[in-house]
Design a protein around this ligand. Sequence first.
Ligand SMILES: Nc1nc2c(c(=O)[nH]1)N[C@H]1C(S)=C(S)[C@@H](COP(=O)(O)OP(=O)(O)OC[C@H]3O[C@@H](n4cnc5c(N)ncnc54)[C@H](O)[C@@H]3O)O[C@H]1N2
Ligand code: MOO
Length: 411
Amino acid sequence: MTKEFFTATPVKQVFDRIVEFVPVGTEKVPTAETCGRILATDVVAQTHLPGFARSTMDGYAVRAAATFGASESSPAYLEITDTVQMGMAAQAPVGNGQAAGIATGGMLPEGADAVVMLEHAAKLDETALEVYKSVAPGANVVAADEDVAAGQKMLAAGSRIRPQEMGLMAALGMETIRVFKKPVIGIISTGDELVEIGQTPVPGQIRDVNTYSLAGTVGQAGGIARTYGIVADRFDALRSTCTRALSETDMLLISGGSSVGTRDLTLEVIESLPDSQILFHGIPIRPGKPTILAKIGQKALWGLPGQIASAMVVFDRIVARFVGHISGNALSYRQHDRITAELTRNLSSVQGRTDYVRARIVEDQGRFYAEPIPGPSGLIRTLVEADGLIEIDMNTEGLEKGETVFVTLLR
Ligand SMILES: Nc1nc2c(c(=O)[nH]1)N[C@H]1C(S)=C(S)[C@@H](COP(=O)(O)OP(=O)(O)OC[C@H]3O[C@@H](n4cnc5c(N)ncnc54)[C@H](O)[C@@H]3O)O[C@H]1N2
Ligand code: MOO
């Protein structure tokens, strides 16, 4: 299929504005509670880890040279002079021809440079040891700085803390960690047709879906959702709820009313807010074309399309990265897992627009297939059935059946 290049890259242009929004503050939290949080400082090791040479096997600490040439038929004979106690330094050094009993994790005595495994030695009596296999210097030992060397920068500010990072910080004795606060993200749903989920809609009404799906994605993106419920299609009501929400949150999402209909008040309300600047109204993406991004003072305000799938897709593909940014997460886009899969049918698209196609992944005989899910963007089922999104970039006219595509997983 034909491919052409456009000089303008509108989705990229949206991301280019990210730097205009500043990260929220920082706080100290106990290390056990830092999973998924964003580090606010670099972590530089103050000590070596493990800090002393340790055995990785149960056996005997020796000088390797004393075992050279040892075999089943011609064992080396060593004198057992000590047994290393766990949690303590050895009482005596190991000299040539000597050995000290040691357990996995025990501290290597001075003079020893290797450990003979229990299986490769036999005790003849309390002090006499036969060794059946030679060991090289360093065998079955981790050096004092083999894990981490003092002064080494181990973690960078802006990175996301995983369980292994929590373990590292524990090993370094860090009881609390400075992380970025989670930004509070306000969610407003607009529309006269919407009713609370506890109500039974009469014909013409539907339950408010977006408040809930957006609250979920906000949490996944590292934010704290604060919901403001349903606001009717009335200028004053929407404006006053926006004003309150902006004073209580770090970023605001309004779903619905972002398009061009007579009742689509979102833009008008945004323009009326003090210190308001519309950065975008309309992004060449599908779904999600009517998206608005405004800057109110220092805060981002998004007008998301009301269509259920559009709101979620725009959040997942675009807004989430802004949430990551104000969460201090330098690499938030990396959090999305991708699977390569074979496309099961042709997909048409229009140049100059980026498409995000809902798709399910089907596994067959060890291969992954991406099966597009057809349907308009007002159908929640299409997202429930979707494992992820296929992106058709703006320079591509369409994709052909059999092509290898990336599917960005919806978590
Ligand atoms: N003449 C045109 N009409 C439309 C255009 C266009 O360019 N020209 N764009 C279409 C596209 S694309 C989308 S997307 C929608 C976006 O509309 P709005 O953002 O103004 O949203 P609404 O009109 O308020 O609602 C659209 C749709 O979504 C339902 N909705 C809204 N909020 C919720 C909610 N919280 N939970 C569940 N469902 C919700 C609403 O009932 C409507 O069905 O405009 C197209 N029209
Ligand atoms: O952009 Mo609308 O969001 O295509 O359905």
